[in-house]
Write a protein that binds this ligand. Structure first.
Ligand code: ADP
Length: 488
């Protein structure tokens, strides 16, 4: 699939280290999850190169923060334009290494680029403040200054957007960034970095440390331990988030964490069922269920339970599973064999505990590299099942039955996670009651998709710290300084 790139020079396999493409000694292989075929051998960096990237970033920092906001904004805007001009190629790279259907991959390119556009604009609005003086001989000011060298560790499920959501606000604020992209999807990250260089990002301001799983751990340790690195942003599992948080404690590093979810999707008796079915489908099966805001648990009120399950299953049956490059495919492969195993384990556990498969349920072992799983709907799910507690991160939709609003809220909140949640109701009182009671950072009411660049994305409880996107997304990359001027 990569021989079809319009601009073949976007296929980068070396890392970007302090403004130079760096081959290093070792390589690691990147595979197409649909076919299992090797796509490329990518530079496998380690702890030593992480030190070099941090030093290069620190050296590049003074000149980058000294640029005017408008100068940084212009470079970011140029990067946005280049990302959009190369949307097709970036989409191809993404489908090849990640598996999501090509239209969905191109959609992610637009979504990822939108953060660069947004923060190019926000760069010009990092406003300080003057405060009323407590003594006429003084003036009190609040300055906002770039926090310093930032590190970003990103996952494979959004190979571009999870990078731009962190890098764009950091660059806009005047900070250099060292990125450690996911080992499964480094090609999209490297292509985006090539476009950042073409846009005029100066050497050292952006580094991309590609590495396999083992070296990623070593690089992570260096990024966390460094006292030059002032901020770490991570998107990935709660388990790894806890490790990174502990590793950042000795340097009291500022952290932005976007971790796991266990999103509930509640359908009340008064919902518009057709709309709920569409929202359910979009929220569950996007990216084959591999997003942290994908619904993990459906709670449906008794009065509409059977009708919802029937309509939902009928909708799910229309989905086409296959290679993301094929026309009309809605669901690609899962990212790796372990992801298929988890779906199978959750399915087997649920069935053993009394759930019934309404549609799907099969691992399509014969298809491609064997990482395809049918979109599946399970009825009669109950609280004791694994899928009620753990994030499945795959195309499995367990549907639980409930009687009262109180019961639904309690079940939805019975998790250590608190990222996205959804509910469907036409009752205005209920919309406010439930919207306020859900312990989640994001609540979708009568919608199944809610992310965009100008809203605050993030979670509460063990789903993370901080918000990405929107004007709040700049906060983590600036420090507030109080300046008290006397003897006026
Ligand atoms: P996912 O569940 O999305 O695979 P992970 O949390 O395992 O998420 O990985 C997300 C990112 O974190 C990847 O870039 C991966 O290389 C990196 N990573 C995983 N474990 C560690 C670790 N111990 N230290 C630093 N980075 C890590």
């Amino acid at each position: 699939p990569l021989s079809l790139l319009k601009d073949p020079s976007l296929l980068k396999t070396d890392a970007l280290l302090g403004g130079q493409w760096f081959a290093g000694g070792a390589r690691f292989a990147v595979h197409d999850p649909a076919t299992g075929l090797k796509l490329a051998d990518v530079a496998n960096l380690g702890a030593k190169e992480a030190e070099l990237a941090i030093a290069a970033a620190n050296e590049a920092w003074p000149a980058w923060k000294a640029k005017t906001a408008k100068e940084r904004s212009t470079i970011l805007r140029q990067w946005f334009d280049l990302l959009m001009q190369h949307q097709d190629d970036l989409g191809r790279l993404m489908t090849a290494e990640q598996g999501k259907p090509l239209p969905e991959a191109k959609g992610e390119v637009a979504y990822g680029a939108s953060f660069v556009e947004w923060f190019a604009e926000e760069a010009k609005r990092v406003n300080g403040e003057t405060l009323p003086q407590f003594d006429n001989n003084r003036r009190l000011l609040v300055l906002k200054q770039p926090i310093g060298v930032c590190a970003a560790i990103t996952p494979w499920n959004f190979p571009l957007a999870m990078i731009t959501r962190k890098v764009a606000p950091a660059l806009a604020a005047g900070c250099p960034v060292v990125i450690k992209p996911a080992e499964l999807t480094p090609l999209t990250a490297l292509a985006a970095a090539e476009l950042a260089l073409r846009a005029g990002i100066p050497p050292g301001v952006l580094s991309v440390l590609t590495a396999d799983a083992e070296n990623s751990i070593a690089i992570g340790k260096v990024l966390c331990a460094s006292d030059v690195v002032r901020h770490l942003s991570f998107t990935g599992s709660t388990e790894v988030g806890r490790i990174l948080m502990a590793q950042c404690a000795p340097t009291v590093k500022k952290l932005s964490l976007e971790l796991g979810g266990n999103a509930p999707f509640i359908v009340f008796d008064d919902a518009d069922l057709d709309s709920a079915v569409e929202g359910a489908f979009a929220s569950k099966y996007r990216n084959a269920g591999q997003t942290c805001v994908c619904t993990n648990r459906f709670y449906v009120q008794a009065g509409v339970y059977d009708a919802f399950v029937a309509k939902f299953a009928a909708r799910v049956k229309t989905a086409k599973v296959g290679n993301g490059f094929e026309d009309g495919v809605n669901q690609g492969p899962l990212i790796e064999p372990a992801a298929v195993d988890k779906v199978q384990r959750h399915l087997d556990d649920a069935v053993a505990k009394g759930a019934s498969v309404v549609t799907g349920g099969k691992h399509l072992a014969e298809l491609g590299a064997g990482q395809f799983f049918e979109p599946t709907v399970l009825a009669n799910a109950t609280a004791g099942m694994l899928c009620a507690r753990e994030e499945t991160f795959g195309p499995l939709a367990p549907v639980f039955r409930f009687e009262t609003e109180q019961e639904a809220i309690a079940a939805a909140n019975a998790t250590e996670f608190g990222l996205a949640s959804y509910f469907y109701s036409r009752d205005v009182g209920r919309i406010f009651r439930v919207g306020e009671a859900l312990e989640y950072g994001m609540v979708g009411v009568n919608v199944g998709i809610l992310a965009t660049e100008h809203v605050p994305f993030g979670g509460v409880k063990q789903s993370g710290l901080g918000r990405e996107g929107s004007h709040y997304g700049m906060d983590d990359y600036v420090e507030i300084k109080y300046l008290c001027v006397g003897d006026i």
